[in-house]
Design a protein around this ligand. Structure first.
Ligand code: AHR
Length: 307
């Protein structure tokens, strides 16, 4: 199993403090670190006892963590599923044990919606679409092909599937826009850098990079610079997230556009945990409010950016 950090010796939720078991994807990106901080701070603030597990981006670790939470009889389980499929069995075990489950950040593809109480997170399809729409507008006067390379997030994850879909649908509006290569960089800087190096070697003309998150885009920046090209100019860079390092790259003119994805889900998650524990009805899907940033708006937003 991943790194468990329970902070509770008894571990059964026997006192009247609500006990929340939370299985996090990992620590693959700046977004994820900010999300973990938000969850931990909000739990402390809400007086909720948090049992936190880091799955190190492995589904099997998440399944083990959830089974541990069931064994420990936590009051509520929340998790951010690393991939979309393969959850039915363990979710059924939680349901049979009478423990409500909240999906945070990422969704599952289970047909049986009764296996979880609610989903809290972003509309990833919309994020991809906003990124694509910006590019369509930006390239509306292009007379020849615009070659795009795509750095996908973790294979099989909801944000990778959905951002790819939204972006692809939006760019269909301009037949000049073509995705010439698309590969996973697993949402990490190292992954983004390594895959971008391959893209650059294999494709003499790359006009645009669409990266499913800031971190892979930041890794790709290094590869682009090392190849003697100017990021933001020779190759336009569009990303998703808007974490501080990404916003800095945008303000510096190295990125061109970011669709925001907010990691600050902690306070809403604690609120939902209390509600589902009390048996209250909650909406089946709660979406985070998000915006987009250009180089100009990033400069304005940076000084007060929290993560
Ligand atoms: O699920 C949200 C995605 O996961 C973020 O966009 C990415 O940075 C993270 O790793």
């Amino acid at each position: 199993c991943g790194n468990s950090d329970t902070g509770d010796a008894a571990g059964t939720g026997g006192d009247d403090k609500l006990v929340l078991g939370f299985s996090q994807v990992g620590a693959e990106s700046g977004w994820r670190t900010a999300n973990t901080t938000s969850v931990k701070e909000a739990a402390a603030e809400a007086g909720i006892e948090l049992k936190f597990d880091d799955a190190q981006q492995k589904q099997e670790n998440q399944i083990k963590a959830i089974r541990n939470f069931i064994q420990q009889k936590v009051d509520v389980i929340a998790f951010s599923p690393v991939v979309e499929s393969g959850w039915d069995t363990v979710l059924k075990e939680a349901k049979d044990a009478g423990i409500p489950v909240i999906l945070t950040d990422r969704a599952v593809d289970s047909a049986d919606k009764s296996l979880y109480k609610t989903f809290l997170g972003s509309d990833f399809v919309k994020e991809g679409r906003l990124a694509g729409e910006w590019l369509v507008e930006e390239t509306k006067s292009a007379t020849g092909p615009v070659n795009i390379v795509e750095l996908q997030g973790t294979t099989g994850s909801a944000p990778a599937n959905d951002r790819k879909k939204g972006f692809g649908e939006a760019i269909a509006a301009n037949p000049n826009l073509k995705i010439i290569a698309s590969q996973s960089g697993d949402f990490t800087r190292a992954g983004g850098k390594a895959v971008m190096e391959q893209f650059l070697k294999a494709n003499p003309k790359i006009d645009v990079l669409f990266s499913h998150n800031d971190d892979m885009g930041l890794g790709a920046l290094e590869a682009i610079t090392a190849a003697g090209k100017e990021p933001g100019k020779d190759i336009k860079i569009i990303t998703v997230d808007a974490v501080k390092d990404g916003m800095q790259a945008l303000a510096d003119g190295k990125f061109n556009f970011i669709a925001e994805c907010s990691p600050l889900l902690g306070p809403q998650l604690m609120d939902l945990a209390k509600k589902v524990h009390a048996g209250e009805e909650v909406p089946p899907r709660i979406e985070t409010e998000e915006t987009t940033f250009t180089q100009e708006t990033a400069k304005e937003a940076l000084p007060t950016r929290k993560y």
